[in-house]
Design a protein around this ligand. Structure first.
Ligand code: NAP
Length: 310
């Protein structure tokens, strides 16, 4: 099948669905491909307490379901599937989906987000899915009543640790420095949670076990002392990489792979291609800022179409 669309949106997190709400209301009849993780990173998070408009907080998956419904209500063509190839060398742009569908798009909004980073240890790879995870809400249940370790000191690591503290016996939060990067509110919760033990100034050297995990080996970064802690699960929460692989060589990227956008804009290095959310933001990376940039991308796409439609 092949089709022509005014606006193709790639990605289904807060940026993608907000772009879709605005683009559909502006009659751009957007087609949205959800990508590898429908609903984006918030579908694997728990309580979202800082998105405006939810005074009691909201579960991440619920918020994404609401955003999707809102986009579909205004006519977004929301599709399960991935865009596997793009050609941005001339307009209309070309994109191919994993079902073979060939799309010719007048504008593209990229909202492909970011994915969890791994430490790169051999043992981390060996036990991935068998005691090693990057998602407490997905896998925490398996460690009910057991001891686990969380690696990292940012918001993600603290949220994961707090979530696990409700299910697990002990949670060891392993951080390479002597202060957390996470927000003060999260730090406060961490410090007052009795079964979270912080291993300051330690890095993970190895995950041990036979078929499944039975412990972690940590190194003190100051005196290089090694110690082992028995745990059944290890949650890696050390940050994210932008999902920009598809656009390498076609759009300008930063050294760390984020899509470059013009100041105060979602315009990329190619006219008619816009980027919103975590794939272009290595500073704020919040659901609300992603949603805001999704809105900007749709408005900019609409303006671009008005100026270039004929
Ligand atoms: P992050 O802020 O980049 O934090 C990553 C953490 O992992 C840091 O503590 C870092 O240590 C540590 N780390 C990185 N590489 C490491 C390595 N190789 N070995 C050991 N430790 C390593 O990432 P994030 O926590 O995923 O958060 C990403 C963004 O999303 C942030 O802007 C955050 O505010 C936002 N976020 C917000 C919420 C919320 O508002 N509810 C929830 C989740 C995420 P150092 O501190 O020493 O650098």
């Amino acid at each position: 099948m092949s089709e022509e669309v005014k606006c193709l949106i790639i990605g289904s997190g807060p940026a993608g669905y907000t772009a879709a709400i605005y683009a559909s209301r502006a009659d751009l009849k957007p087609v949205l491909y959800q990508g590898l993780q429908p609903g984006g990173q918030l579908t694997i998070s728990t309580e979202v307490e800082n998105f405006p408009g939810y005074p009691e907080g909201v579960q991440g998956p619920q918020m994404m379901e609401d955003l999707k419904k809102q986009a579909v209500r205004f006519g977004t063509d929301d599709r399960f599937g991935m865009i596997t190839e793009v050609d941005l060398s001339s307009r209309p742009f070309k994109a191919i989906a994993d079902d073979g569908n060939q799309i010719s798009a007048k504008t593209i909004i990229i909202a492909t987000g970011a994915s969890a980073k791994w430490l790169g240890l051999e043992s981390e790879n060996k036990f991935n899915g068998f005691g090693v995870s990057a998602c407490a809400t997905c896998d925490g249940f398996f460690y009910k009543g057991h001891d686990v370790a969380v690696i990292g000191g940012g918001d993600t690591a603290c949220e994961e640790a707090l979530y696990l503290s409700k299910l697990c016996n002990k949670v060891f939060l392993v951080h390479r420095r002597d202060e957390l990067r996470a927000s003060k509110a999260l730090q406060h919760n961490i410090f007052k949670t009795k079964n979270i033990i912080i291993e300051w100034n330690h890095v993970l050297k190895e995950i041990t076990g036979d078929k499944t995990v039975n412990g972690v080996t940590l190194e003190n970064v100051n005196n290089k002392e090694i110690k082992s802690i028995p745990v059944e699960g290890v949650f890696i929460a050390i940050g994210h990489n932008p999902n920009s692989e598809l656009f390498k060589g076609q759009l300008e990227l930063t050294d760390s792979g984020y899509i470059k956008t013009k100041p105060d804009s979602t315009k990329t290095s190619v006219d008619g291609v816009f980027a919103a959310g975590d794939v272009q933001d290595n500073v704020f990376r919040q659901a609300v800022t992603a949603a805001g940039s999704g809105c900007m991308a749709a408005i900019e796409a609409e303006k671009f179409l008005m100026q270039n439609e004929n």
